[in-house]
Ligand binder design. Structure first.
Ligand SMILES: [Fe+2]
Length: 230
């Protein structure tokens, strides 16, 4: 397998002062080039037996239905040549409808939902397709600067089929008014690449009177690569 370089500006700046924590964690030295042949580094394989019954339906992991707007998110994971990335693990995590994560570090003034934990696990199928049901996450404050609120987003971790396809990113929702003010979103220099992180609303994927549908396609590496979103 060959890898075309990802164009400059697609991946976020490693040090971007408006996003304060990048200043402490960004690398202070030039990167080293690894010469190991990529083809000799197959990624981990994943068995469907790893999945629990409601890993792909985050609205059914509690004892009752969670509060908020139920949505379905689907899409395809493709490699740089447009081929499906098959049988590959995707992990998703997010806050609840009120903008609160089920995590002890999130103590901001919004309620937890006892029926929503915000963690999902999926495998792509033979066409590289995935699908999960969840609650639309709310925006939340994060203390980076005055009035720092994150646009609503779902975190994605993708393992691909080889190690070089690893991607951790965030999916956003169309027309979010917070995009212009978010240094994580704006930390991706290429404006067109930024838009690849925004899901599109889909009436085709909308399920009757139950939930609206969103499509988020992901490209691992290459000229049309989906940006990292950290
Ligand atoms: Fe987040």
């Amino acid at each position: 397998m060959r890898f075309d370089p990802v164009p400059d500006g697609v991946y976020p700046r490693l040090i971007y002062p408006p996003y304060k924590s990048t200043q402490a964690r960004g690398p202070s030295q030039a990167p080293l080039r690894l010469q190991a042949p990529v083809a000799a580094q197959p990624g981990p394989g994943f068995a469907r037996a790893l999945l629990r019954p409601f890993d792909a339906d985050l609205t059914r992991q509690g004892s009752a239905e969670p509060l908020g707007e139920k949505i379905v998110v689907t899409g395809r994971v493709l490699d740089e040549d447009g081929r499906p990335v098959r049988d590959s693990l995707i992990e998703v995590w997010q806050c609840n409808a009120a903008g609160r994560y089920w995590h002890k570090k999130d103590q901001h003034a919004a309620p937890l939902d006892p029926n929503f934990f915000g963690l999902g696990k999926l495998l792509t199928d033979a066409a590289g397709r995935y699908r999960f049901i969840t609650i639309k996450p709310g925006p939340y404050p994060w203390g980076n600067h005055d009035k720092a609120w994150r646009p609503a987003h779902i975190h994605f971790s993708l393992f691909g089929n080889v190690h070089a396809q690893r991607l951790v990113t965030q999916m956003y929702f169309p027309a979010d008014p917070l995009f212009d003010f978010d240094p994580i979103f704006q930390g991706i220099p290429d404006a067109a690449a930024r838009q690849r992180l925004v899901a599109r609303f889909s009436m085709d994927e909308t399920v009757g009177g139950e939930m609206l549908g969103y499509v988020f396609d992901i490209v691992l590496r290459g000229r049309a690569a989906t940006p990292f979103g950290l």
